[in-house]
Design a protein around this ligand. Structure first.
Ligand SMILES: O=C(O)CCC(=O)C(=O)O
Ligand SMILES: [Fe+2]
Length: 335
């Protein structure tokens, strides 16, 4: 069966100024109705180059407890590395449909890697306004270059360079997050797989949408990962649920957006929170984002850190292999 890409639906919709009914969210989800417009606190921004280590640890820990999301600036990834990552991803999505389909997900495969569109509708029978490309960028032994676009030719180099820098940012985050829990600096990284952590890149491509007030890009969810480190483009759209309000994360050029994922919530026994978030779409411009999901290896068991569990603080989560956790979450089964 030929899969319908949202990008193709979007080009047809441009002439009709309407979108197919399966993209119209129920009112309880429509961004025009549910986005909070009052005065709102802002997603915290953290300067990763802060020489005051204690202050850095405190800010990261507070943001992860109160928000489960923060933006980082002065993170050490050079601007041109981010610009190239964005440029080659955008060039890929601007290729012809035939050229992109070469990288399509393999039907029936267990792997999420490849170019794709969410096929199953959600409980309301609705679809998200987004296409994507998934592929691993680290460790080298896990990479399948079959899913890395050959065009543009600099795609591979741009992604390899980004992977190298983003690992340094991740290490720094894991250390601060661990120290913020009062455990050894390496505890969280080791707790999600250490050097075997899988870096899964996703590119989200949200085509322009004639009725952005009715549709959603990615619907409300928390990430399965340990951490997610995301590069957005200049079109705002990320929203987070804070104190029961959906609020916009502002676009800060060259900042990276860090999400606490489910695995860090579990390891911290609920001290850090994985953030509920979603994305909206734009009428005139394509929004894009490049999240990298830092995932434990499939067979790796994640559970609350023993250092954080005692009689007063019993474990709030079961220890589970990551693949079993992911299976239950994706199939909406109890954990
Ligand atoms: O595009 C965004 O900003 C959010 C994407 C996202 O949450 C996801 O792909 O998991
Ligand atoms: Fe997400």
């Amino acid at each position: 069966m030929e899969v319908e890409r949202v990008q193709a639906i979007a080009s047809l919709s441009l002439t009709t100024d309407n979108i197919p009914a399966e993209f119209i969210r129920p009112e309880k989800e429509q961004p025009a109705i549910t986005t909070f417009r009052g005065p709102v606190p802002e997603v915290p921004t953290i300067d990763l180059s802060d020489p005051d280590q204690e202050n850095l640890v405190r800010s990261i820990a507070n943001a992860s407890k109160e928000w489960g999301i923060f933006q980082v600036v002065n993170h050490g990834v050079p601007t041109d590395v981010i610009t190239k990552l964005q440029a080659v991803g955008k060039e890929f999505f601007e290729l012809s449909p035939e050229e992109k389909e070469v990288y399509a997900k393999i039907p029936g495969s267990q792997s999420i890697e490849g170019y794709g569109t969410q096929l199953q509708k959600d409980i309301d029978g609705k679809k998200p306004w987004v296409d994507h490309l998934f592929h691993k960028i680290w460790p080298p032994s896990t990479i399948n270059y079959r899913f890395w676009p050959k065009n543009p030719p600099s795609y591979r180099d741009a992604n390899e360079v980004y992977a190298k820098y983003i690992r340094e940012v991740a290490d720094k985050l894991f250390t601060s997050l661990s120290l913020g829990l009062g455990v050894k600096g390496h505890a969280l990284k080791e707790g999600v797989g250490g050097e075997d952590i899988v870096y899964m890149l996703k590119i989200n491509y949200y085509p322009p949408c004639p009725r952005p007030e009715l549709a959603l890009g990615v619907v409300a969810h928390t990430d399965l990962s340990s951490l997610t480190i995301l590069v957005p483009n200049e079109v705002p759209g990320l929203q987070v649920l804070k104190d029961d309000h959906w609020i916009d994360a502002k676009y800060i050029p060259n900042a990276l957006i860090v999400h606490i994922g489910d695995q860090i919530e579990i390891l911290s026994n609920g001290i850090y929170r994985s953030v509920l978030h979603r994305s909206t779409v734009d009428k005139g411009k394509a929004r894009m984002s490049w999240p990298v999901f830092l995932e434990p290896p499939a067979e790796f068991v994640v559970g609350p850190l023993p250092q954080l569990v005692n009689e007063e603080n019993p474990p709030k989560y079961k220890a589970k292999k990551f693949k079993d956790y992911a299976y239950c979450k994706l199939n909406k089964l109890p954990q």
